[in-house]
Design a binder for this molecule. Structure first.
Ligand SMILES: Cc1cc2nc3c(=O)[nH]c(=O)nc-3n(C[C@H](O)[C@H](O)[C@H](O)COP(=O)(O)O)c2cc1C
Length: 222
């Protein structure tokens, strides 16, 4: 069986440049929110609500209040014609709860994976001028803006790579304008237990004993 989830996750990159005129149907956005609706929620409170935008007028209310790619200092964000065709704004309903835990992160990932499956792409945006966006969308104060999801048909190449020895995790663009994203190594993010660490030392010693011809050491360590 193909590794469907791994492939989808690898394809689900943060895209920040789009074919702006490729329309995203409202029905598509609703289907994406329905994935979030069926996702996990702390205490099953389901305090999240969603604002959907897929037309030039609403999109223009949202775009000015988002910040793009902080590491790309020279890049002001997507220009006209390459901006997202749609947005899903995730808000927390404070009438239901005052804290939203990581519900919005889970919801965002469900939505972005769904978008990727549909051949779309996008970017989770947390750097939002929240008060301004709240005002622009005439959102009542009992809604707390949590995340904005930019969605559209991607117009850029994103390359995943392993972080270099200097551990610099900043994304960068090459001469062909491809966007590179360094990811930390698996070994660097899994913290071994004491037992696993001891097992690893034994494994290394056994390997050393084998290579050096001290086979008897392997038996002692077994
Ligand atoms: C909670 C969260 C907030 C983010 N906020 C922003 C943001 O404000 N602006 C932006 O351009 N990208 C934002 N991103 C996208 C990250 O920069 C991106 O996930 C990271 O560079 C790794 O790239 P990848 O998603 O392709 O793996 C955010 C991602 C997450 C998960």
């Amino acid at each position: 069986m193909p590794n469907i989830l791994r492939e989808l996750i690898l394809k689900n990159r943060s895209y920040r440049r789009f074919y702006e005129t490729d329309h995203v149907e409202l029905e598509t956005l609703e289907k994406l929110v329905d994935l979030a609706r069926n996702s996990a929620s702390a205490a099953n409170l389901q305090p999240l609500k969603y604002v959907l935008s897929n037309n030039a007028q609403d999109n223009a209310l949202i775009f000015p209040h988002l910040s793009w790619a902080a590491y790309l200092k020279e890049w002001p964000g997507p220009g006209e014609g390459e901006r997202p065709a749609a947005y899903i704004i995730i808000v927390g309903d404070k009438r239901i709860s005052n804290s939203f835990g990581c519900d919005h992160g889970i919801a965002a990932q469900s939505i972005m994976l769904g978008a990727t499956e549909k051949g779309l792409g996008g970017c989770i945006i947390g750097a939002i001028r929240r008060q301004d966006l709240q005002h622009a969308l005439s959102l009542p104060q009992y809604y707390e803006i949590l995340l904005a999801l930019a969605i559209g048909r991607p117009r850029e190449t994103v390359v995943l790579e392993t972080v270099r020895p200097d551990n610099d995790i900043r994304y960068w663009r090459d001469d062909n304008d491809a966007h590179h994203v360094p990811k930390r190594r698996l070994d660097d993010i899994i913290i071994p237990t004491s037992k696993q660490e001891a097992d690893n030392v034994c494994k290394r010693l056994k390997k050393f004993a084998g290579i050096s011809g001290y086979g008897f050491m392997s038996e002692i360590l077994a």
